[in-house]
Write a protein that binds this ligand. Structure first.
Ligand SMILES: [Zn+2]
Length: 163
């Protein structure tokens, strides 16, 4: 009974957090780019933490989706096979592999130092902007509203531990 109550409280807190975060992201940005999940990897993974994190991510994306639709904004889904983590956001060269333990890495091509998650988020944002441009929409790469009519974009990265 206590365990069930604790689970309910965690679920409610997470739901509340997701509502606040999605509201803020949609309010502050014209476009939000998200990486969709690699479904085959999810099915292979038998540990508990990953499915819970994936369910949380799905919950946040659903909230972003309907809030963005209400506000006439854009939720851009990035192909899960796009190598957002292994690609250098400075020079676009791709690493053959990058172990999960590597939270920081240096690009062997251009020498840029990266935080794993920030690099991936920047790549996802850039991909999202390209997708929007392909649909004929103009979005600024560096956030903030511009007088020229271009609009800011935010990127969310699927491996966020706070969810
Ligand atoms: Zn590089």
């Amino acid at each position: 009974m206590l365990v069930a109550k604790a689970h309910e409280r965690v679920a409610n807190a997470r739901n509340d957090f997701q509502h606040k975060l999605s509201r803020r992201l949609v309010d502050e940005n014209q476009a939000i780019c998200v990486e969709t999940l690699k479904v085959s990897n999810m099915l292979k993974n038998r540990r508990l933490a990953k499915p819970i994190a994936d369910a949380a991510w799905g919950g946040l994306v659903r909230k972003l989706d309907y809030k963005a639709t209400w506000e006439g904004k854009h939720l851009v889904r990035i192909d899960p096979w796009y190598p957002s983590t292994k690609t250098c956001c400075h020079c676009a060269s791709k690493m053959a592999s990058l172990p999960l333990s590597a939270r920081q890495w240096t690009c062997p091509t251009c020498g840029a130092g990266h935080d794993r998650d920030i690099n991936a988020a920047l790549n996802i944002k850039q991909q999202g902007i390209l997708q929007l441009k392909a649909e004929g929409l103009s979005v600024s790469a560096c956030g903030g509203m511009h007088k020229t009519g271009t609009l800011p974009a935010a990127a969310c990265e699927a491996r966020s531990p706070v969810l």
